[in-house]
Write a protein that binds this ligand. Sequence first.
Ligand code: FAD
Ligand code: EPU
Length: 283
Amino acid sequence: RTGARVERLPLARFTTVGVGGEAEVWFVENHAQLAEAMEAPYRVLGGGSNLVVADAGVEERVVRLTGAFAQKDLEPDPALSDDAVVVTGWVGGGVPLPGLLRTLQKLGLSNLEGTVGVPAQVGGAVWMNAGTRYGEMFDGLHTLEIVTPGGTRVVTPDDLAWGYRNSGIPRNHVVTRVRLKLVRRAPEDVQAKMDAADAARKGQPKMRTPGCAFKNPGGVSAGKLIDEAGLKGTRVGNAMIAPEHANFIVNLGGATSADVLALLDLIRARVGVDLELEYELWP
Ligand code: FAD
Ligand code: EPU
């Protein structure tokens, strides 16, 4: 039909923590292939950096953006750009964010530096409004293309109820591509901002992980709360609460999804404050 590549694969291969069973993965390169993938129940996979997938995998199709959806056109749109502000062409939802930031730094384009170190794809980072206290994805968005089984919409951030770690975009509405709104700065200045944001990550573990487990409740660091509960270094199977930072669960090698989930339950039972999960559990 549309020629989308479809393969049954272990999702552990696509997640930064390296756990997760099999699913039917649809590698979609264009809108026609995406539309076909959406004809049955589906989930959208980005960089897999915020996902804990069950050991049994998931039943739905898993959509992975590639091809045209993984390309970036950073040429300034002449109608909307001037000496100070640049609105780019389309940047695909499947573009890896770290590489995009490196390119923007070289071009002297600023606004997204606060997201340095987030190992996401653009679409996933937008969907979550990934960021740090140095900045977030919505600092640099001009327009978003969102595809659902009902059709395609182009919206601006003003059309969305976005906030901390939240774009306001419903689940399974696919961010296929975005246009960025950036300001021109000397490449050294862009680098300096990236370095400052990156320095805040010094204390984060280097092992495989899905990032921070819980959102910071009311601006308090969830990591500090878990640390104060004395849980650093706690192990279940081959998963462990990182000794470096208590809001990170790491895979020591060969961890299962069940190991990670058991640690999440243990943290919730032991920390006195209601913690909201930051990562997503599949199914
Ligand atoms: P995935 O993990 O693949 O998916 C997460 C969710 O996004 C799912 O619901 C998925 O369906 C949805 N999604 C993915 N792609 C799309 C798309 N194209 N359209 C619509 N929905 C989509 N996060 C921060 O905010 N700040 C940090 O500082 C940070 N640091 C991290 C450090 C490490 C080492 C790791 C592993 C993670 C970190 N994270 C951080 C978490 C994670 O990188 C972000 O939550 C990121 O937004 C996830 O994007 P992803 O592309 O990996 O999405
Ligand atoms: N702290 C502890 N013990 C710990 C962890 C932290 O005492 O085990 C203390 C630190 O010493 C510091 C404070 O808590 O005084 C805040 O810690 P940190 O600077 O690491 O920030 P955070 O709030 O824990 C946030 C984001 C991270 C982001 C970092 C750096 C959330 C949930 N976390 O962490 O995002 O990388 O700032 O900018 O918003 C993620 O979202 O997945 C993520 C990793």
